[in-house]
Design a protein around this ligand. Structure first.
Ligand SMILES: Cc1ncc(C[n+]2csc(CCOP(=O)(O)OP(=O)(O)O)c2C)c(N)n1
Ligand SMILES: [Mg+2]
Length: 335
């Protein structure tokens, strides 16, 4: 079983410059969207629970860059980044978080129930661990239909403490299902650190025991995520079965909402600062500048484009109507 923590040694030279730029922009888009959503939650404009992904952007973008549009992804309660990285419509997501009729779930779902089936995200579930069996089912269906499609599920370290996690890994391994388990290990489940929940920090070993490769990688290194996922996708498409990828990362904000959970004494300012110094966007930007893929003028321009794009999405969402109260029961049951 392969278990390694890669560093920023992975090469950029085998990736076209245009793709590198697009990966950089995709991370910027997630960051800017989340920062603005955080402001809107703090101002009381957004009323649904919002779990922010800031700090973890390299996982979603690195994984989705290795997928085709018709491959499936499944998310969880913290899925804005997954949705955007897979190509979901930004305006429809912001409108959903604001509860508007133009939202991707017509304003009925909110932040935790976003969907973009047109790009392979059938939906997200806030039940911790619920995405795993859905992804395994989708992967088995893809194989039975004779397609080369794969399914990916993003889940947190906390989801490994659910029974469905073990059932999913077992069935996927047994059936050699074309599924990739992407564990976003941000060290916390709600407000509890992994050292206070488990006898050992060994999630990769849980997967390895099911007989699947279980690389443990730096989830803040987008190229490590991209290369590792590409290998897993190739393996899955060739019929060799699932891979478990443990991405070590960190969410900058608290479990839910815009605050940092420092005031609650749940984590230290030093821990947060240490991970902020390892910002996945900043390190990738520095690298692209160093390698001449981007100039400083490009960085300024691209950052402004993303700021404008997000501002336009927020304006669209604000101008959109709320659902008509008479349609409250629509879309709840199949007609
Ligand atoms: C089955 C279930 N149990 C408990 C909860 C409450 N809950 C919501 S998020 C969360 C923590 C999840 O932690 P993790 O899986 O590590 O994801 P992260 O929030 O760190 O991204 C919990 C316990 C839930 N939504 N579903
Ligand atoms: Mg977690």
């Amino acid at each position: 079983m392969q278990t390694h923590l890669s560093t920023q040694a992975e090469s950029t030279t085998d990736i076209p410059a245009e793709m590198l730029r697009s990966m950089y922009v995709a991370m910027l888009r997630i960051r800017e969207t989340e920062e603005r959503l955080a402001d809107m939650v703090a101002a009381g404009e957004i009323r649904c629970p919002v779990h922010l992904y800031i700090g973890e952007e390299a996982v979603a973008v690195g994984v989705c860059q290795a997928l085709e549009t018709d491959d499936y992804i499944f998310g969880n309660h913290r899925s804005h980044g997954h949705y955007l990285a897979k190509g979901g419509d930004l305006r429809a997501m912001v409108a959903e978080v604001l509860g508007k009729e133009t939202g991707c779930s017509r304003g009925r779902g909110g932040s935790m129930h976003i969907a973009a089936p047109e790009v392979g995200l059938p939906g997200t579930s806030a039940m911790v661990g619920a995405g795993l069996p859905l992804a395994v089912g989708a992967a088995i269906a893809c194989a039975m239909q004779g397609t080369a499609k794969v399914a990916v599920v993003f889940f947190g370290d906390g989801a490994t403490e659910e029974g469905g996690f073990y059932e999913s890994l077992n069935l996927a391994a047994f059936r050699k299902a074309p599924v990739i388990f992407v564990c976003e290990n941000n060290l916390y489940s709600s407000h509890v650190h992994i050292r206070d929940r488990r006898p050992a920090d060994n999630l990769d070993a849980l997967a390895a025991v099911h007989g699947m490769p279980a690389p443990r990688i730096d989830g803040n290194d987008i190229l490590a995520v991209y290369h590792t996922t590409s290998e897993a996708v190739a393996r899955a498409r060739q019929g060799h079965g699932p891979t478990f990828i443990e991405c070590r990362t960190y969410r900058w904000r608290g479990h839910v909402g815009p605050n940092y959970d420092i005031d609650k004494g749940l984590r230290s300012p030093e821990e947060l600062a240490e991970w902020q110094a390892r910002c996945p966007i900043q390190s990738f930007e520095t690298r692209l500048l160093h390698q001449g893929v981007l100039t400083h003028a490009d960085v300024t321009h691209l950052r402004q484009c993303v700021t404008d794009e997000v501002a336009a999405a927020i304006a669209f969402a604000r101008q959109s109507p709320y659902p008509d109260p008479n349609t409250l029961h629509d879309y709840v049951f199949a007609p």
